[in-house]
Design a protein around this ligand. Structure first.
Ligand SMILES: Nc1ncnc2c1ncn2[C@@H]1O[C@H](COP(=O)(O)OP(=O)(O)O)[C@@H](O)[C@H]1O
Ligand SMILES: [Mg+2]
Length: 483
């Protein structure tokens, strides 16, 4: 709780305004205290001067009256109203009076008052005392005739009234000044910081941009402020940074584009020569008549490698097209039918594996490119066949829940090594490149699976441990097409 109270206000705006108000309050306090102290000192000094000029006249007249042989009436002439006078004869206060309506009025004294009066130093200087009957007084004590002490006093009341009036005026003036400063200061700070808010908004917008890939639309630069101010400098720096980042991103996008186009063009250009090589190898193999065994073997190698190469070129071209975001066909595809067909094909290729199919009662439909989806499932089944030993059980299952078709291909083979599992969908990732090559794999199969599934608005996932490998595809399903 204490910590929360002590914590600085959160926004810079509040902090600046609060700081301004606190500083002004401190300044007001200093000015207030100084003026009040100075004023009081000045007024008391003037009282003292008046007392000096009175020179104990009133008290002296009281003294004469107090003496046994005296019959004079106290001289109140020339004394201002409320002047206090007292004489102490032989340590006893004989007479204490104030001037009231040009005559003297006795002042009743308590024991405490007498002690106070007795203790006023006889030095001719002003001292402030408090008497029960008449309040606070400024008194001066001087020696009269026959070593009597004469006390003359003037009331402190006018001084106190002036000072408290001054305090009241100052409080009102300072209070309104603080209020005006708080409101105007808050507005001013807000106005000054508006460009900074714009900078913050733009910076936040940049943090939310998908900078990792593709073409990025940078946010508008912030309005250029005065570059001599801090806010203007920040805006300038941010704009420059936005410019640099935008430049770098555009260049990166262009180079990605170039690379993609190169891959697409290269694979496209390779297709025809590879097909030609393959066709010629086949033609040569069909040559009637005796062919030396080494030549036949060489031709067979040419044929199988050119076949593999055309597969590789096709895969590369497909990936380049998917990368470029080429639209796919959007037809209703019967996934159930597709599952049955691909599994039949796989069974026909390898009788050494156990092929199981687990289908829902109702057919499952998705919208997309049948040929590509066929390729996806075929790739997964081919992997389950090529990367597992004979005798492995491979299960293809399909479900449809709440508009989501889930297709899984699992096997109980040795599994995918943990070292390559995280990047299994990246291009040319293979557990054992040497072995895979002889097995006919290109290392692009799973990249194609991922790219096609994502192009269909779906997701693909894999879990693998020895004896249990599962590829899971999620695709948005649609209602079956009306017959
Ligand atoms: N069912 C599986 N069991 C074990 N390893 C697999 C399985 N599926 C894929 N793999 C591993 O993932 C690698 C990448 O597969 P893929 O992209 O299809 O390339 P390719 O099959 O051409 O080698 C394979 O080389 C293999 O090591
Ligand atoms: Mg493969």
């Amino acid at each position: 709780m204490r910590r929360r109270l002590l914590r600085a206000p959160s926004s810079l705006r509040t902090r600046l305004t609060a700081g301004l108000v606190v500083l002004l309050a401190l300044a007001c306090l200093a000015v207030g205290v100084t003026t009040v102290v100075a004023l009081e000192g000045f007024l008391v000094g003037r009282l003292d001067q008046q007392l000096q000029s009175a020179q104990g006249k009133f008290a002296a007249s009281l003294e004469q009256e107090a003496h046994p042989d005296g019959d004079n009436v106290p001289d109140t002439r020339g004394q201002s109203e409320n002047t206090f006078g007292a004489c102490i004869i032989g340590g006893r206060i004989q007479r204490a009076a104030v001037v009231k309506d040009r005559s003297d009025a006795a002042v009743p004294l308590t024991e405490a008052d007498r002690t106070t009066l007795n203790h006023v130093p006889v030095d001719g200087k002003g001292h402030t005392i408090e008497l029960t009957g008449i309040g606070r007084y400024r008194v001066v004590a001087v020696l009269g005739d026959e070593s009597d002490t004469l006390l003359t006093g003037l009331p402190m009341r006018p001084v106190e009234e002036t000072v408290s009036r001054m305090q009241l005026i100052e409080a009102a003036v300072f209070g309104s000044a603080l209020l005006v400063t708080a409101v105007a200061g808050a507005l001013w700070v807000r106005l000054s910081l508006t460009p900074l808010q714009r900078v913050a908004r733009t910076a936040t917008a940049v943090t939310q941009l998908p900078l990792a890939a593709g073409e990025v639309a940078m946010p508008e630069p912030v309005p250029q402020g005065d570059p001599r101010t801090e806010v203007g400098q920040v805006a300038l720096a941010l704009n420059r940074m936005l410019g640099h980042v935008g430049d770098a991103l555009t260049r990166r996008h262009a180079s990605e584009e170039r690379l993609r186009r190169f891959a697409a063009d290269a694979s496209h250009e390779l297709r025809t020569p590879v097909a030609t090589v393959r066709a010629h190898a086949e033609l040569a193999l069909r040559h009637p008549g005796p062919v030396p065994i080494e030549v036949r073997h060489a031709l067979e190698r040419v044929q199988s490698e050119s076949q593999r190469m055309s597969g590789l070129v096709d895969d590369l071209l497909l990936l380049a097209r998917l990368d470029a975001g080429r639209p796919l066909a959007r037809d209703p595809v019967d996934l159930t039918r597709l599952a049955i067909d691909t599994l039949d094909d796989a069974r026909a290729v390898s009788r050494d594996h156990r092929w199981l199919l687990d289908l829902p009662l109702e057919p499952v439909f998705v919208t997309g490119d049948e040929h590509r989806l066929h390729q996806v499932v075929a790739n997964l089944l081919a992997n389950a066949r090529l990367h597992t030993p004979p005798g492995t059980t491979v299960t293809l299952s399909l479900t449809d829940h709440d508009g989501l078709a889930r297709l899984t291909v699992s096997d109980d083979g040795p599994g995918i090594p943990a070292s390559i599992l995280p990047q299994i969908f990246q291009r040319f990732t293979r557990a054992d490149p040497g072995r895979s090559r002889t097995a006919g794999g290109t290392g692009l199969g799973l990249s194609i699976v991922e790219a096609v599934v994502i192009a269909h608005g779906g997701t693909v996932d894999v879990t693998s441990r020895p004896g249990h490998t599962t590829f899971l595809l999620n695709l948005p399903s649609t209602a079956p097409k009306p017959e």
